[in-house]
Design a protein around this ligand. Structure first.
Ligand SMILES: Nc1ncnc2c1ncn2[C@@H]1O[C@H](COP(=O)(O)OP(=O)(O)OP(=O)(O)O)[C@@H](O)[C@H]1O
Length: 226
C-alpha cells in the first residue's frame, strides 16, 4: 500500500525534518502516528498525500513509484485518499451536507442516496442539527467534524488524519475513532496522527513514532503499554 525507503525531507536550506525514514504499511492496516510537537507528523502525512516531494528516498503508493507520477496523474491518485488536515478546506458557499456530499457527487452517486448517507454520517459525528449550516457559522471543532465526515464518505483506500480529535470533547473523540475503525473494517488503510493518549490506549493499534526526525514502528501491544 505505502512503502517509504530511506526518505528524507527538508524545507528550503534547513536541516532535514525527516531523516532516513523506512517503513511499509500493508493494505487495511491501522496506525497511530505519535511524536512531540514539531517532530514531523504533519510533514510525514503530507508526503503520504503527495503534497510534498521528498528530498531523497523512494515513496511507493498503491504500487507506484511516486517520483515517476506526473502532475496530471495526481488528482486521480488523490481521489483514493481521504484527508483531514489542520486547514479544513471546506467550501464556504456550500452547506455542511453539500460539503460532505462532494466526493459522492463527483463519483456520480444518485442524489437520494447521497443525502441519506451524508445525513447519517453527520448525525454520527454530532452535527445532525447543523446539516444546512454554512461552515463559517460553525465552530472550529464542528468544521473539523464536517471535514472528517467528508474524508470518509466515499470509503477511500487510504485515510490520513492529522490530529482529528484535537478540537472535540472525549465523547465525540471516541465516536470519531469508531468511525475510523468502521472504515478500517471495510478495508481502508488508516493513519491517524494524534497526541491523545487515551484514544491510543483504548484502540490497540501499532504506532509510527517520530523522534528527532527518525521513525520507529512500535507494535500494538507495546504501544498499548506505553
Ligand atoms: N512549510 C514549512 N516550511 C518550513 N518549515 C516547516 C514547514 N512545515 C513544517 N516545518 C517545520 O518542520 C518541523 C516539523 O513540523 P510538523 O508540522 O511536521 O510537526 P508536527 O509533528 O506535525 O507538529 P505538531 O504536533 O505541533 O502539529 C517543524 O520544525 C516545523 O517548523
Amino acid at each position: 500500500m505505502i512503502r517509504f525507503e530511506h526518505v528524507g525531507l527538508r524545507y528550503g536550506v534547513e536541516s532535514e525534518v525527516l531523516r532516513d525514514i523506512s517503513f511499509t504499511l500493508t493494505p487495511g492496516s491501522f496506525h497511530f502516528m505519535t511524536g512531540a510537537s514539531g517532530a514531523g507528523k504533519s510533514s510525514l502525512l503530507k508526503l503520504m498525500y503527495l503534497a510534498h516531494r521528498p528530498s531523497r528516498g523512494i515513496i511507493t503508493l498503491f504500487g507506484r513509484d511516486m517520483s515517476r507520477v506526473t502532475r496530471a496523474e495526481l488528482p486521480e491518485l488523490r481521489r483514493q485518499i481521504g484527508v483531514v488536515f489542520q486547514d479544513f478546506a471546506l467550501l464556504d458557499h456550500l452547506s455542511a451536507l453539500d460539503n460532505v456530499a462532494l466526493p459522492l457527487r463527483m463519483a456520480g452517486a444518485t442524489d437520494t442516496d447521497t443525502v441519506e448517507h451524508c445525513t447519517e454520517i453527520l448525525r454520527w459525528v454530532g452535527l445532525g442539527h447543523h446539516l444546512h449550516a454554512k461552515p463559517s457559522t460553525l465552530s472550529g471543532g464542528q468544521q473539523q467534524r464536517v471535514a472528517i465526515a467528508r474524508s470518509v464518505i466515499n470509503r477511500p483506500r487510504l485515510l490520513l488524519a492529522d490530529e482529528p480529535t484535537g478540537n472535540v470533547d472525549d465523547g465525540i473523540g471516541m465516536r470519531l475513532l469508531y468511525l475510523f475503525e468502521e472504515l478500517h473494517k471495510l478495508g481502508t488503510t488508516v493513519v491517524i496522527a494524534t497526541h491523545n493518549e487515551t484514544l491510543i490506549r483504548r484502540f490497540n493499534h501499532p504506532r509510527l513514532h517520530l523522534d528527532g526526525g527518525r521513525l520507529q514502528v512500535v507494535p500494538a501491544a507495546a504501544a498499548r503499554g506505553g
